[in-house]
Design a protein around this ligand. Sequence first.
Ligand code: MD3
Ligand code: FE
Length: 206
Amino acid sequence: NTIEIAPDAYLLKGFLLGQVEPLLAALFEVIAQAPLRHMETPGGYAMSVAMTNCGDWGWVTDNKGYRYSAVDPMTQRPWPMMPALFKQLSENAAEKVGFSHFDPDACLVNRYGVGAKMSLHQDKDEADFSQPIVSFSLGLPTIFDFGGKTRKSPRQAVPLEHGDVLVWGGRSRLNYHGVRQIKSGVHPQLGAYRFNLTFRRSQPKK
Ligand code: MD3
Ligand code: FE
C-alpha cells in the first residue's frame, strides 16, 4: 500500500501496524531518559510541539539557532541510543521505496497535543541531502501540508494516520512542509497526542 505523493516522496499506509506495541515500548524508554520538552525558537517563542531525540545526534533549537547536538542540552548527557527496532523499521521503509543504505544517525521525537502544529518550513540543517528522511506517524491523525521548492508553491494536503510512514528523498528532500493543528480526539494507545518520529542522516558519512 505505497502511494507516491510527489517525485521521490512516498506514503506507506499502515506500515507500522504490526509493530506498534514494541515500538511504543521503545519510545517510552527513550522519553524516560530524555524527557519531552518545549524548545525555544531562535525568535524566542516556545514551540507548540514537545520534542526529544535519540541516536548519536539530536536536533535542537534555542536562542542561538537550530542545530544538531550530540548531547541533550537539558542534562549535558548523550541522547539515548536509537532503539534497534527504530533503526530497522526506518531502514526497511527506505529500502522498500528504493533508498538502499539509509543510515540514520538522528531520530527526532515530536509530540503534538491537541492544537499543536508545525508551521511551513524546510529541513536543511543536515549535512547530507543525498539520504532520505523517514517519518513515522502514531496516535491522533493530522493533515500534512506538502509544498514545493518555495514558500509560495502550491501545497498538497496529505492525511496522516496512526501507523503511516513517509519517505522523502532526492527531488523532494528540500520541499517546504508543515503539519496542521491537531484536532481534539482520543487515540486508544496514545490518548490525546500525535507522535512523529523523524529519522535523518545529520552528519556526513566517513
Ligand atoms: C518533506 N515533522 O520535524 S515529518 C520536522 O509530522 C517535521 O512532525 C513533521 O517536519 C511531523 O521537521 C513532518 C515528515 C517530513 C520530514 C522532512 C521532510 C517531511 C518532509 C523534508 C522534506 C519534505
Ligand atoms: Fe520538517
